[in-house]
Design a protein around this ligand. Structure first.
Ligand SMILES: [Zn+2]
Length: 332
């Protein structure tokens, strides 16, 4: 499902909720008309009063006293209905319109702004397409554990933990001010230093704020382009979505099997997104020198000059986490 299809699915969901609300309202009315006929009678009087009021204002514009008479009668009938509902064991608002979201009455919009319920539904749709579903629950800035990095100064004047805190703060600002002017990011560092985790944190936080984000290990992305180009298998994601997502995260650049098709595809994805002002986050274990050996100069120059290079401090998060788990098990 692409971005437009996600939007259409959410609009359909809103429409379904409005329909379900009407069905439930009608069901309640029928139930009450059988169980408490006196309420049904009052409801009919209320409707007649409304109809008479609209006939009246069409003919007698500006008669204040008569207007108040209609209004008072309407309020009195509504109070009587609520009293009868409560006396018969129902909630006072049992006959009010039924909505899934009372803020926007399931319209999805309040005063021209998207309602929180609409954003939530859209996030869920986007997440289901993002490639980050399994990581979503555990990847958030709040879950990023700086204590996994050493706080001993490493000869550079700073500790790995202090360096990582700077990167984490930068990432939080990146999400907060995200837009088409946001820089492309190249996360560089040794395996296990937290590049994937942090890039997915950024992606998940942006999805929570209603952005369409795709995450793909580089080989998966290339497989989809290969499928689209050679039609040799089914692509999991239409390639256009990689070019148009609000943010694309390409993980583990440098682990793909190299070919001229790979080089051309990566250059084309990165370049098209640059032209469209769609930011990209790439993580890689390759140093600048190694990238020079792996890729032709036009791809390399894009990576060097169109991306903000973010160097991660060395840390082995996987080893550190396993070590801590082992210590916890011993203590139990
Ligand atoms: Zn709403």
């Amino acid at each position: 499902m692409n971005k437009d299809q996600c939007l259409r699915a959410v609009n359909q969901l809103m429409e379904d909720r409005r329909t379900q609300g009407k069905i439930e309202s009608n069901r309640r009315r029928e139930e009450i008309s059988l169980s408490v006929p006196a309420i049904a009678q009052k409801e009919r009087e209320l409707q007649e009063n409304h109809a008479a009021f609209f006939r009246f204002i069409a003919d007698h514009d500006g008669d204040e006293d008569k207007f108040m008479e209609f209004r008072d009668k309407s309020l009195r009938l509504q109070d009587e209905i609520k009293d009868l509902l409560v006396k018969n064991g129902y909630a006072a608002d049992y006959l009010d319109p039924v909505h899934h979201c009372s803020l926007c009455a399931d319209e999805g919009v309040i005063d021209g702004q998207l309602c929180a319920c609409y954003k939530q539904a859209l996030s869920e749709q986007y997440l289901s397409q993002s490639g980050m579903q399994k990581l979503f629950a555990k990847c958030s800035f709040a879950a990023f554990d700086l204590s996994l990095y050493s706080d001993e100064e490493d000869g550079s004047g700073m500790s790995p933990r202090a360096k990582m805190k700077k990167i984490l703060d930068f990432s939080k600002k990146y999400v907060k001010s995200f837009g088409e002017e946001s820089p492309n990011l190249l996360f560089v560092g040794e395996p296990g230093c937290g590049k994937t985790f942090l890039s997915v944190c950024i992606g998940c936080e942006l999805i929570r704020s209603g952005k369409f984000v795709l995450y793909a290990p580089v080989q998966d992305l290339l497989t989809d382009f290969e499928a689209a180009t050679f039609r040799n298998k089914e692509a999991t994601m239409p390639t256009e979505e990689y070019l148009d997502a609000d943010l694309l995260i390409i993980d583990d650049l440098g682990t793909e099997f190299y070919s001229s098709f790979v080089e051309t595809t990566l250059y084309s994805v990165i370049n098209t997104r640059l032209t469209r002002k769609k930011p990209t986050v790439i993580s890689t274990n390759l140093s600048e020198e190694e990238r020079g050996e792996c890729y032709a100069s036009r791809l390399n120059s894009r990576l060097s000059y169109s991306f903000t290079n973010v160097g991660f401090p060395a840390a082995d998060l996987r080893a550190e986490t396993l070590k801590r788990k082992a210590i916890r098990r011993k203590k139990q």
